[in-house]
Ligand binder design. Structure first.
Ligand code: FMN
Length: 168
């Protein structure tokens, strides 16, 4: 894996996050969890390069994003869709996702979890977190579609600084 700068990023993250998907991974080498995510973004805030991701409290991954100062985003490419499907449908509470998928963890200098299969990885340091609230939605159709009834709890949002960028 080779480190590049944020300036060298060329991905269209609307396409990549929405269609290729990503893994959100948090924890330490002895205890971590990962899940597939297709909601989030990459941008510029407080004069820093940042990501923002949305994790529902019922995800096992939520415990790890809450308890750790950092997390990583891993972009595995279309060729690893099968890994994303497992990490997006099974819970780390029930299965060992590393065993189930063949993901190969790599521990970064900062102690974050990256994966050998990843074509692009972002190491991110949490800066801000908040819970989405029903009353703050300006378009009522969104809570109706994505939160009411069966869909689950309101997401926790994390804004995090991109500290390192790795490519294969
Ligand atoms: C394509 C796709 C995108 C997903 N995006 C998100 C997301 O952005 N936020 C989220 O909380 N869950 C998302 N999920 C659901 C989690 O990946 C899924 O519930 C997973 O099994 C959670 O695993 P865990 O319990 O080990 O954390 C997505 C699932 C798929 C298949």
């Amino acid at each position: 894996m080779k480190k590049i700068t944020v300036k060298e990023l060329t991905d269209n993250f609307i396409e990549v996050i929405g269609k290729e998907w990503m893994l959100v991974t948090a924890g330490t080498k002895d205890s971590f969890n990962t899940m597939t995510a297709s909601w989030g973004g990459v941008g510029f805030l407080w004069n820093k390069p940042v990501v923002f991701v949305f994790v529902r409290p019922e995800r096992y991954t939520h415990k790890f994003t809450e308890q750790n100062d950092s997390f990583t985003l891993s972009f595995l490419g279309e060729e690893n869709k099968a890994i994303h499907k497992i990490c997006g449908s099974k819970s780390g509470r029930e299965v060992d996702k590393v065993k189930e998928t063949g993901l190969k963890p790599v521990i970064s200098e900062r102690g974050n979890i990256l994966f050998e299969q990843s074509r692009l990885s972002l190491e991110c340091r949490k800066l801000y977190t908040t819970e989405l609230k029903k009353e703050n939605f300006l378009d009522e159709a969104i809570p109706k579609q994505w939160y009411d009834a069966t869909h689950g709890d309101y997401h926790t949002v994390y804004v995090a600084e991109i500290t390192d960028v790795w490519v294969k």
